[in-house]
Design a binder for this molecule. Structure first.
Ligand code: SF4
Ligand code: ZN
Length: 303
């Protein structure tokens, strides 16, 4: 197979784009997909200060490297979940990466916040990934707001977004469907949230890390086994194999046609948000989800 751009031997095949690339042309392709995703959804520009959540996995590290190379004003945020045997490695990867790439880094350790994920798993009888996701989003938003960043970015890729869209559609969850997309504007105590990798697949970020020599934290979270998003990703991978390009077109069609309808209906019927009585985070109940978890663990809110 020859590279679709320069006709040298290709090193990677991308059936979903009906293309194959040599290494330099793939990196060029990756940059263009990222730029297109940022521009098309008007995610941010060079006047913004970006707080990027960096887990240590391939997606957030690939995104950090590219945004830095594109000269955006970038700061990393790592939430150390406190999971023995996993979190210390992820944190070390992020710290080494940010130091090597001259990216300022803020670390929030959930152990110090009184809400380590293993403790939550032991004592709160709810699906751990849903609580963990809530806690991470809480700190992402809190840090972005408290420190005056104009944009909060995450490394969610096309596969993450499509798996989430699929799960939300299976439940016809209007509130979540109205809220899903690469851009959520700042409002009511929430920072502007963006997902610049929304056009780029997991396979493509893995290839990017391989070609650029990024050493990422590869081990899956020990709590991810059996999670519904893992099952959905497998189903969607089969669909993509049978019909290359299906994931991107499913997601793009949703953004163009599905989401506006759900957003209009939720704006009319969605719950009203007020500040949490304990920490001030926007919530539809008296206490936000994180304060309720913290109360259940018998912890005081962090100062
Ligand atoms: Fe949290 Fe692990 Fe679940 Fe991811 S897989 S949401 S890190 S508990
Ligand atoms: Zn709260």
């Amino acid at each position: 197979m020859k590279c679709s751009r320069c006709k040298e031997p290709a090193q990677i095949a991308l059936p979903s784009h009906h293309a194959g690339f040599c290494e330099p042309c793939f990196l060029e392709f990756f940059r263009r997909q990222l730029e297109r995703g940022i521009r098309k959804q008007k995610l941010f520009d060079h006047s913004d200060s970006i707080l990027l959540a960096i887990s240590g996995g391939k997606d957030s590290l690939a995104l950090a490297r590219e945004l830095k190379a594109m000269e955006y004003d970038l700061t990393g945020l790592h939430v150390d979940l406190g999971i023995p045997g996993s979190s210390e490695k992820a944190r070390a990867v992020v710290e080494a990466f940010c130091q090597a790439h001259d990216i300022p880094l803020v670390v929030v350790a959930l152990e110090e916040e009184g809400i380590p994920i293993p403790e939550v798993k032991r004592r709160i009888h709810r699906p751990i990934c849903s609580v963990c996701g809530k806690v991470k989003r809480y700190y992402f938003n809190k840090l972005a707001q408290d420190r005056g960043f104009t944009v909060l970015a995450t490394g969610h890729n096309l596969d993450d977004e499509v798996a989430r869209l699929f799960a939300n559609t299976l439940r016809w969850d209007a509130a979540y469907l109205s809220d899903q997309g690469p851009l959520l504007p700042a409002e009511g105590g929430f920072a502007r949230k963006v997902k610049p990798l929304w056009r780029i697949s997991e396979y493509e970020t893995a290839a990017y890390c391989f070609f650029t020599g990024i050493e990422y934290h590869m081990a899956a979270c020990p709590y991810s086994e059996g999670a519904s998003f893992t099952r959905h990703k497998k189903l969607l991978a089969d669909l993509e194999e049978a019909s290359p390009g299906q994931k991107l077109s499913f997601y793009q069609s949703f953004l163009e046609s599905g989401r506006p309808a759900f957003a209009a209906s939720e704006a009319e019927h969605g719950p009203e948000l007020t500040p949490c009585a304990q920490c001030g985070y926007p919530t539809s109940a008296e206490l936000c989800g994180v304060c309720r978890v913290r109360d259940a663990l018998g912890q005081e809110p962090a100062a």
